[in-house]
Design a protein around this ligand. Sequence first.
Ligand code: PMT
Length: 396
Amino acid sequence: MSLAQKHILLGISGGIAAYKTATLARLLSKAGATVKVVMTKGGQAFITPLTFQALTGEPVLTELLDPEHEAAMGHIELARWADLIVIAPASANVIARLASGRADDLLTTLCLASDSPLALAPAMNQQMWSQATTTDNIASLKERGVMMFGPAEGDQACGDVGLGRMREPQDLFTDIENHFNTGVLAGQKVLVTAGPTREPIDPVRFLTNRSSGKMGFAVARAAVEAGATVTLVAGPVHQDTPRSVKRINVETAEEMYQAVMTEAQDSDIFIATAAVGDYRIANKKDHKIKKTDGKLHLDLELNKDILASVAQLDAGPFTVGFAAETRDMEHYARDKLVRKKLDMIAANPVGNGKGFDQPDNSLHVYWPDGEQEFPVMHKGKLARHLIDTIAQIKAS
Ligand code: PMT
């Protein structure tokens, strides 16, 4: 499972094991994750922020009320940024503060402000670990969905032997990998196109269509939730980039073709949700076309078919097309499935307030020896059903 593009917030509280977290930060960065480190005062007593800055290439954050940091990425934004928060070492003190919902420094405030998964790697003396208060705090945090990575058993820095050691960096790295390794598309690389394309007529005008990007962005989001590493090639739309997605913005069908062909060879699944302009202007003008009394003729020429080009690649990805139809949906969708040599096609009725720019949609999905219909529902939910179907058919 690749951690590429994953956003990991590494919290470091006060404990001698903090020096081992440097190795964990290095392993995560090497695996392609973006790692941002937040340190408590106690953490800084054991290892310096500079060490983590050098290892992650990111500024290390220590203060809650830091005007410079709030101007760049505020603590609320940072809380939303993380795909996973890992506190290693998690001292008895930080565990107690988290259990009681305190927000008295940057790290505990971030945890309280975030709905990202939180994992703790406890590290403390074996007596502190077995205290009833610690046991109660751990039980209450677990009940709220907080994951515990450890502790391990063995020699302790204080000379004691027992349960309470922080797990070794390589073990914590595996715990983190396993966390991301649970969805139906875990470890797979998914390439998605979304939105419309714009075909310029002159410097101020263009041909386009009504696609908002909602469906394609929902598909990208659902693929991330299913554990995939996702690249999204997006036409001009006003949609927020889903968390952990690598987004490539394009404008014309030709730009979308170039971006997709560069990424496709390295993808396991390609999902073509974009409404690509079939034609571009053959006689595009360098200057604004002036109004005249007569008729204006625009010559159109065919754009390359991105979906068909990907489907033709040797050892290319599992290729899923969309079909936007105003009539005879099954006939046209099945025709595209066969003609473009696709693995699957998701057909949706469009026009008359359906499909384009709507929050809801319906899909009828066809593959060579099967089909599945999904009634009208929110595009987010629909995208999750589509991803499950793709995972199931690809694996069969
Ligand atoms: O973006 P929204 O507002 O949420 O709307 C979603 C949607 C209706 C745009 C989406 O659900 C959808 O149907 N997308 C495909 C639209 C489309 O262009 O369909 P088509 O039947 O014309 O094309 C068939 C397939 O070929 C599509 O996968 C398309 O991406 C692909 N194609 C088409 C032309 C081209 N030159 N290259 C392509 O890859």
